[in-house]
Design a protein around this ligand. Structure first.
Ligand code: PLP
Length: 400
């Protein structure tokens, strides 16, 4: 521990320390930089007019309640709305089994703080979402990284690891359009995972911000149709907006009270006004289906256009075309260039990408990188890809 206050810091502040997320966000916000880095929703994806109308309604009809403290578990209307959504995409859930959290990131933190003791095992895909890796590491977890492919986590490998003695408390999955790999956990693997949870007593954490963003076809039912040992994190950040910090969490009966107690000690409650506004939007049953249909077209078109551009301008990059979500997960297919120097060169040219290594736990991420197609408009995207092409040539020249 270094610095003036080093001796005062709790030991856990050294665990899971990563500047990768702040580096990505800082790069995305730097003046003049075109960002293909963060999972930042497209500016025209936000339902601004509907949010304005809902805010107006809330302030004219329920201002006092909407500006007041509210229960730690969330306001009734929002818990009911989350329960309805959960039931549409998985097992039926009563509103009593819902907590409204300040984003799914807080859901992850509540789970880690409620369930993980130093040395407990958490199994997860390798690579995995950086924010989850950081939370679990900071809670003192030992990570059990598992291989992952187009059909999501290799649950057969988990089964083998369990058979030879691994005992994770939590198994963390991103079931649709995984961040960063884009994988979708297949129905067969969901069934197997639920069976293993029953047999070995662990909990499955399904973190699903991207399930509503399938470009063709629908989403698969949650693992909770096969087992009640499933906790669902239902972010609204990629489908409505991240700024309100309102998300849903569903958990089995026996865990809700403990999670609410942790939530209370963390921030008392989630933003009341945001909950009222979103509950007002959800009260119109036609709103969400129409809004999500628009987003699927918006992002599907962006993904196809970006794939075309990447193939045309960056032949040294290989990738599977995304089936949903916000990202391309790519391999740099050139013996001379790896993703970290490319990232540095790209930033110098004015385009931000994310090198693969920070997502990887044991895997070699040195040739991998993540590109978001979500944020930029068509002209910016063309320019961003052109800058990336220049950055690649310069990174290659650096090696000679
Ligand atoms: C897999 C995953 N989980 C959680 C989050 C954070 O979601 P929220 O904004 O609801 O906290 C993200 C954001 O990128 C994500 O990709």
């Amino acid at each position: 521990m270094t610095g003036k206050f080093g001796a005062l810091l709790a030991r856990r502040t050294a665990w899971g320390r990563s500047d990768a997320i702040s580096r990505i966000l800082a790069a995305a916000n730097a003046p003049g930089v075109l960002s293909m880095a963060g999972g930042i929703p497209a500016p025209d994806s936000f339902p601004v007019a509907r949010l304005a109308a809902a805010a107006e309604q809330v302030l004219s009809r329920s201002a006092t309640a909407a500006l007041q403290y509210a229960p730690a578990e969330g306001i009734t209307a929002m818990r009911e709305a989350v329960a309805v959504r959960a039931g549409e995409t998985g097992a039926a859930v009563s509103p009593e089994r819902v907590i409204v959290t300040s984003g799914s990131q807080q859901g992850l933190d509540l789970l880690a703080r409620t369930l993980i003791e130093e040395g407990d095992q958490v199994a997860l895909d390798d690579p995995s979402y950086l924010g989850a890796v950081q939370v679990f590491r900071r809670a003192g977890a030992r990570l059990l990284p598992l291989p992952t492919d187009r059909d999501g986590m290799r649950v057969d490998v988990l089964e083998h690891r369990l058979a030879v003695g691994a005992r994770p408390k939590l198994v963390y999955v991103v079931p649709h359009f995984h961040n960063p790999t884009g994988g979708v956990l297949s129905e067969e693997r969901r069934r197997l995972l639920a069976g293993l949870a029953e047999r070995y007593g662990f909990l499955v954490v399904e973190d699903d911000p991207y399930g509503d963003l399938a470009f063709c076809g629908g989403r698969l039912p949650s693992t909770d149709v096969h087992s009640d040992r499933v906790i669902r994190l239902m972010s609204l950040s990629k489908t409505l907006c991240p700024g309100l910090r309102v998300a849903g969490l569903t958990a089995p009966d026996g865990l809700i009270g403990e999670l609410v107690a942790t939530k209370q000690s963390s921030d008392l409650q989630t933003n009341t006004f945001g909950q009222y506004v979103l509950a007002e939007l959800f009260a119109d049953p036609s709103f969400l289906p129409a809004h999500l249909a628009r987003l699927r077209v918006l992002y599907g078109d962006k993904a196809r256009a970006t794939a075309g551009l990447l193939r045309e301008r960056l032949p040294w990059l290989t990738f599977d075309e995304p089936r949903g979500g916000l990202f391309f997960w790519c391999t740099v297919d050139d013996p001379l260039v790896t993703s970290e120097p490319l990232y540095e060169r790209a930033l110098a040219e004015g385009v931000a990408i994310v090198p693969g290594a920070p997502f990887c736990i044991g895997e070699d991420g040195s040739r991998l990188l993540r590109l978001s197609f979500a944020t930029l408009d068509e002209e910016q995207r063309r320019e961003g890809v052109a800058r990336l092409a220049t950055a690649f040539e310069k990174a290659r020249a650096d090696v000679h």
